[in-house]
Ligand binder design. Structure first.
Ligand code: MG
Length: 444
């Protein structure tokens, strides 16, 4: 499963194929990779941090030692942040407050839920679905999460399974003992929201396919002509993630691969997403920047936050996403004044419709997202998670980098330029040192 990473590794040395990757020294300020030079020290930030969590700050439930050291540098003696900081995780199986509490405990500094962005956070903006009956898939307190995001009629796979007991029969030991199907009272399901990987994959795969092939009435027979199917909104496309095990584990992206392939096999058509969110989608970074801007305004830091530094451990998620957003910012700034388009899906994409300002996203959000002030988003790769710098480099980079090892989502095209990090550092503490140095930042 990991063959993609060694194949891509040759890119990261920034030089000829096969050259061993040179990492910066494990601690202390790193030499700037781009012109910042000497000059006056800055006491107020014109930059912000987007920190990934898994593989950067923790592995599973175990803190990464460098994280605590790094965060001592980011707060003043009252525990207030010296720089805007947002945690951008593709995890989605808990509420923001719970994640904030976990982070406060791990990092030893107070973290508010407004600093935490889960993969599902942008669903707040999809108001047109909030009053509709939506099926939610994932694990954890799904109904609480959905309601917190604004959905008033979410139903779980478990509820669906209870209402339609004849549908879920993969596990013979759980096959319901029913002679008559129960009276069904559920309204039409009008959208499917995929929050994260479920526990019983076979149950979710079966019931989601049932809902899609019956236009929201899973007790009915299949109608293949129901295409395009009812909207599917998906969070967190990560194929894999790291926990305590030596090798990465299946992520929600793996579940989505299963669902997409089953749908295609049965119908001959592509499963379509109304929106894909979580890193690396642009929508996620737009929302994260909005949170950064809000923090800066609350602290009355007058100067605009111009550079975002996205610190992560995953080439396909953190580096690809930051570089993609950087392209978006550069493009946006090069055609300033023209109407901003908000795209939920951007790179490549079969049938990936852009969401225009007039369409999906509520008006108040349009203005917030369109008023982005950042000019750059820099990708910083750490070596404490999915990315492993010690894997042997391929001999011929060009030949080994092909789409066959692309771990990104189906609707995001492979682009070698997007998986090349701006900086590679050993850990998050080295990342903070490097960025303070690049920014000439010396808080009081
Ligand atoms: Mg990660």
């Amino acid at each position: 499963m990991r063959r993609g990473l060694p194949a891509l590794r040759g890119l990261l040395g920034g030089g000829s194929a096969g050259r061993p990757l040179r990492l910066p020294a494990p601690s202390g300020p790193q030499p700037p990779a781009e012109g910042s030079g000497g000059g006056q020290l800055n006491v107020l930030p014109s930059f912000g941090f987007l920190f990934d969590i898994d593989g950067v700050l923790v592995r599973g439930k175990t803190p990464i030692p460098a994280a605590k050291t790094a965060f001592q540098k980011l707060v003043n003696s009252q525990g207030q942040f010296l720089v805007p900081v947002v945690f951008v995780t593709n995890a989605g199986n808990c509420l923001r407050q719970k994640k904030a509490d976990q982070l406060s405990h791990i990092l030893g500094v107070p973290i508010s839920q407004d600093q935490v962005m889960m993969s599902h956070s942008p669903l707040r903006m999809f108001k047109r679905y909030h009053e509709k009956c939506v099926l939610v898939s994932g694990q954890g307190p799904l109904l609480d999460i959905a309601q917190d995001l604004g959905f008033s009629q979410p139903i779980t796979i478990e509820t669906l399974r209870e209402k339609y007991p004849l549908l879920d029969v993969v596990d013979h030991d759980r096959t319901p003992d029913v002679s008559y199907p129960s009276a069904v009272e559920l309204p039409k399901i009008e959208a499917v929201v995929l929050f994260g990987e479920p526990v019983r994959w076979e149950t979710n795969l079966q019931l989601i396919i049932d809902v899609l092939l019956t236009s929201g009435y899973p007790g009915n027979p299949y109608h293949h002509e129901n295409y395009p199917h009812i909207p599917v909104l998906a969070c967190n496309m990560d194929l894999m993630w790291v926990a305590e095990a030596q090798s990465p584990r299946f992520g929600h992206g793996t579940f989505m691969v299963c669902l997409e392939n089953i749908y295609k096999k049965i119908t001959g058509k592509d499963l379509k997403y109304e929106a894909l969110m979580g890193k690396p989608s642009e929508l996620t970074y737009q929302y994260a920047e909005y949170l950064i801007r809000t923090q800066a305004a609350e602290r009355q830091w007058k100067q605009p936050i111009q550079t975002l530094y996205a610190v992560g451990d995953n080439l396909m998620t953190d580096v690809y996403g930051a570089n993609l957003y950087n392209r978006y910012l550069e493009e946006k700034n090069s055609r300033k004044g023209s109407k901003t388009q908000i795209q939920a899906k951007v790179a490549g994409g079969r049938g990936s419709a852009a969401l225009s300002q007039d369409d999906e996203i509520d008006n108040s959000w349009e203005n917030e997202l369109a008023s982005a002030a950042a000019t750059h988003c820099r990708s910083v790769l750490v070596c404490t998670g999915v990315y492993n710098p010690h894997t042997e480099a391929p001999l011929d980079t060009k030949e080994s980098i092909t789409e066959t090892v692309f771990h990104g989502h189906r609707d995001f095209s492979f682009d070698p330029g997007l998986v090349e990090p701006d900086h590679i550092v050993p850990d998050v503490d080295a990342a903070v040192d490097l960025i303070f140095h690049l920014e000439n930042f010396a808080p009081n």
